[in-house]
Design a protein around this ligand. Structure first.
Ligand code: NAI
Ligand code: MG
Length: 491
């Protein structure tokens, strides 16, 4: 039996590896050697003339350099946003505002191929994901919020919703363009102006978005995009003329931001880390559940705040689930993100790879059973095999802390109450997954799991119409849907 299985597995593995290369063409996207700051509708040099490089994590090669904005550049961007807000944007009829947001959506769509290539080269995610998920979902956010711009009185009847003013937005490196869209679209639709800071390892699609915004003829200063690292983000958070901070990133930085706005009246939303339980009951459709486990933890190399990184399997199906999961892992192709066959691309940065490897070492040292697929890895670049640990203790650091990589911990459970308790026994509360044939079980769990999003018989499903956000150390405030509008208005 084991032998037959190994043979089938080997066949699957070989056929996966024998796919001939199908690389997307780099030529379809133009990356400039240098990008300046996008302030008041123009590209401007940083005042300290400093730039830093962004590289391709799959090859190590330098792609471009971007400006390192200091506090005086931040001030310039905030001033431009303030003037645009007072003089143009807040006075503009909502139907006109909607047209601009709609135009940006169309242009993102038109330039989708270019944006997907740039996203994949700058960040390391498989082209299939940037092409089929990141860029279309980014366009959808602009389309969706364009639709709300002139309907705020229906969204909030008789409440006279007003914009907040200037929004400072800081985004991470795991879904660069999507996070930019996620933040800019609702801000513009509600009449706010924006200063956005992309993450330092993935600034390039934001700069392409700046070009789109310029071409869309958005009034100068309505959206400003400034590049830089943590210090640039901190200067934006501290700027006295910013009315709202929207942050997605690590819980540590979220706490710093919360402290620094504590004695101001800035509004704030924090979308932070996660350690989502993905729960498989014995009556679940196991093959589909295995696909959901793979999608939950290996999508975007596991660099996903809502990744299903803690797997809970009902004891009676544990062996079957783990066996099928290992088989499936062996078919995953890890490699060149630009290849259309690739399932798992490059780890975003050396720093992140080191962090993930550190956690793998902790898991090994604590004595858990580790399994890694035995696929080949490219000779250069930052890559990691998909990794699982079985029979992990609930108290283990690898089951409690966010690893943000393709590493899954697996535990068993026997009863509903036990798994609810285990799932909630974690500092985070962003998302969760439940796999079962029984609707009643789904309803029972969704009401008891402390998670902002609970997926049933699916995982990592996103839609602009549905709100997203966390409890506990995963932050607060909701983005997406109608809820996402209320984060940018006052009454
Ligand atoms: P990070 O939280 O430092 O970076 C996110 C953004 O915040 C970047 O644009 C960064 O420049 C900016 N930033 C950094 N320090 C800041 C400060 N003091 N004030 C204002 N903005 C600041 O995340 P990092 O260091 O890249 O990743 C570390 C860990 O954080 C990851 O291993 C992962 O566990 C977690 N993370 C979670 C994300 C999520 O979506 N929940 C996204 C990125 C990281
Ligand atoms: Mg990069």
């Amino acid at each position: 039996m084991a032998r037959t299985r190994n043979n089938t597995l080997k066949l699957k593995f070989d056929s996966a590896r024998k796919l001939s290369p199908a690389p997307e063409s780099k030529g379809a996207a133009k990356i400039k050697p240098r990008y300046d700051l996008f302030i008041n509708g123009k590209f401007e040099k940083p005042s300290n003339k400093k730039y830093f490089s962004t590289t391709n994590p799959a090859t190590g090669e330098k792609l471009s350099e971007v400006a390192d904005a200091n506090a005086s550049d931040v001030d310039k961007a905030v001033k431009a946003a303030r003037v645009a807000y007072e003089k143009v944007w807040k006075k503009m009829p909502a139907t006109e505002r909607a047209k601009y947001v709609y135009r940006i959506a169309r242009m993102v769509q038109e330039r989708a191929r270019e944006l997907a290539i740039v996203e994949t080269m700058d960040g390391g995610k498989p082209i299939r994901e940037s092409r089929d998920f990141d860029i279309p979902t980014a366009a959808n956010h602009f389309f969706y919020y364009a639709g709300w711009a002139d309907k705020l009185e229906y969204a909030f009847p008789n409440r006279n919703a007003k914009p907040l003013g200037v929004a400072g937005q800081i985004i991470p490196w795991n879904f660069p363009l999507l996070m930019a869209a996620w933040k800019i679209a609702p801000a513009l639709a509600t009449g706010n102006t924006v200063v956005l800071k992309p993450a330092e390892t993935t600034p390039l699609t934001a700069m392409h978005l700046a070009e789109i915004i310029q071409e869309a003829d958005l009034p100068p200063g309505v959206v400003n995009i400034i590049t830089g690292a943590g210090a640039t983000g901190a200067a934006l958070v501290k700027h006295p003329d910013v009315n709202k901070i929207a942050f997605t990133g690590s819980t540590d930085v979220g706490k710093i931001i919360q402290r620094s706005v504590a004695d101001t009246n800035k509004k704030i939303t924090l979308e932070l880390g996660g350690k989502a339980p993905n729960i498989i009951f014995d009556d679940a459709p196991i093959d589909q559940a295995v696909e959901g486990i793979v999608n939950g933890i290996f999508f975007n190399q596991g660099h996903v705040c809502c990744a299903g990184s803690r797997l809970y399997v009902q004891e009676s199906v544990m062996d079957e689930v783990v066996r099928k999961l290992k088989d499936r892992m062996d078919t995953l192709i890890v490699g060149d993100p630009m290849d259309k066959n690739t399932d798992i691309g490059a780890i975003n940065s050396k720093q992140q790879l080191d962090k993930i490897n550190e956690y793998i070492k902790i898991g090994i040292n604590e004595g858990y059973d580790m399994y890694q697929s035995n696929c080949s890895l490219p000779g250069r670049g930052l890559f990691l095999r998909p990794t699982i640990f079985t029979h992990v203790a609930q108290s283990s650091r690898i089951a409690q802390e966010e690893i943000f990589g393709p590493v899954l911990t697996i535990q068993t459970f026997r009863t509903d109450d036990e798994v609810i308790q285990k799932a909630n026994n974690n500092p985070y509360g962003l998302s969760a997954g439940v796999w079962t044939d029984k609707g009643s079980k789904i309803f029972n769990l969704t009401t008891k799991l402390r998670a902002g999003v609970v997926w049933a018989n699916t995982f990592n499903k996103f839609d602009p119409t549905s709100p997203f956000g966390g409890y506990k150390e995963s932050g607060y405030g909701r983005e997406g849907g109608l809820h996402g509008l209320s984060a940018y208005i006052s009454f």
